[in-house]
Design a protein around this ligand. Structure first.
Ligand code: ATP
Length: 225
C-alpha cells in the first residue's frame, strides 16, 4: 500500500502516554489536523509502552483525562485499544489492527513530535511502520529542526530522505513523511508531574477539566507517586 495515491480523507493517529494530556498535545493534534486536512484524529493512550518507562498513572485515569480533554472537539476521538491489550503497546500492532478495520487504501497519518520521531529506531519492527502509515512530524521546543535532523541515526535518515522526497500526491495510504511547524509550546507531562509533586499549579498548561480530575483523584501528588 506504500506510495499509492488515493482520494480518501485521511485519519490522524496520535499515540502517547498522556500522563497527563496537556495543551502541547492538543495543539499538535489540532494544527496537524488542519495542515494535513484530516477527517479526525484518534487519540490512542498507551497501555504498557514498551520503549519507555511505565506511565505513572493507571490506564483508566489516563483514558478519562483524554476523554475530558477532547470532549468538546468532534474532530477528536478516543481509541482505547492499546489500554485494553494485556500486553505491551507495540505501535506496529496497533496499526495492523487499524488496517484490518479500515482497509489498506485508507490514508493514515501517525502524528509524532520530533523527539518521538528520533526515537523511532527503538520501536518494535519500526521499519514496517512506513508500510502501514504516513508519518507527520511536528516541531517540538528543545528539538530545533536542523539539530534533530542531524541527530538522526543512519537507518532512520535513509527512510526520512526517501520518504520525504515522495511527498508528491494529495494523500497516499502510507509511506510518506511530512514535517509541519506548529505553535511552539514548551509543555511536557514530566514538567506538569513535577509541578504537582512540588505543589505548584500547572494551571493553563492543560485543560481545566483535566486539572480538576487530577485534583479530585489526588494524582501526581507526593503521597500517590
Ligand atoms: P513525558 O514528559 O511524560 O515524556 P510528553 O509530554 O512528552 O510526556 P507523551 O505522551 O510522551 O508526552 O507524548 C506523546 C506525543 O506528543 C509524542 O509524539 C510527543 O513528541 C508529542 N508531544 C508532547 N508534548 C509536545 C509539545 N509540547 N509539543 C509538540 N509535541 C509534543
Amino acid at each position: 500500500m506504500t506510495g499509492t495515491c488515493v482520494g480518501k480523507e485521511a485519519i490522524g493517529l496520535f499515540g502517547g502516554t498522556f500522563d497527563p494530556i496537556h495543551l502541547g498535545h492538543l495543539r499538535l493534534a489540532e494544527e496537524l489536523s488542519q495542515a494535513i486536512g484530516l477527517s479526525h484524529v484518534r487519540f490512542i493512550p498507551a497501555g504498557q509502552p514498551p520503549h519507555r518507562r511505565r506511565p505513572q498513572t493507571a490506564a483508566h485515569h489516563r483514558l478519562e483525562m483524554v476523554r475530558l480533554a477532547i470532549a468538546d472537539n468532534p474532530g477528536f476521538v478516543l481509541d482505547d485499544r492499546e489500554t485494553k491489550r494485556n500486553a505491551p503497546s507495540w505501535t506496529v500492532e496497533t496499526l495492523e489492527s487499524l488496517r484490518i478495520e479500515l482497509g489498506n487504501t485508507q490514508p493514515l497519518y501517525l502524528l509524532l513530535g520530533a523527539d518521538a520521531f528520533l526515537g523511532l529506531p527503538g520501536w518494535h519492527r519500526w521499519q514496517e511502520l512506513f508500510e502501514l502509515t504516513n508519518i507527520a512530524i511536528a516541531h517540538r521546543p528543545g528539538y530545533p529542526q536542523n539539530q534533530w535532523q542531524e541527530a538522526m541515526p543512519l537507518g532512520l535518515r535513509e527512510q526520512f530522505e526517501t520518504r520525504l522526497a515522495q511527498a508528491d500526491c494529495a494523500h497516499s495510504a502510507a509511506g510518506r513523511i511530512l514535517i509541519k511547524p506548529i505553535t511552539a509550546l514548551d509543555i511536557s507531562a514530566t514538567g506538569i508531574r513535577e509541578a504537582l509533586q512540588h505543589h505548584h499549579s500547572p494551571r493553563y498548561l492543560l485543560p481545566a477539566p483535566v486539572l480538576d480530575y487530577i485534583d479530585q483523584h489526588h494524582l501526581y501528588t507526593p503521597e500517590t507517586a
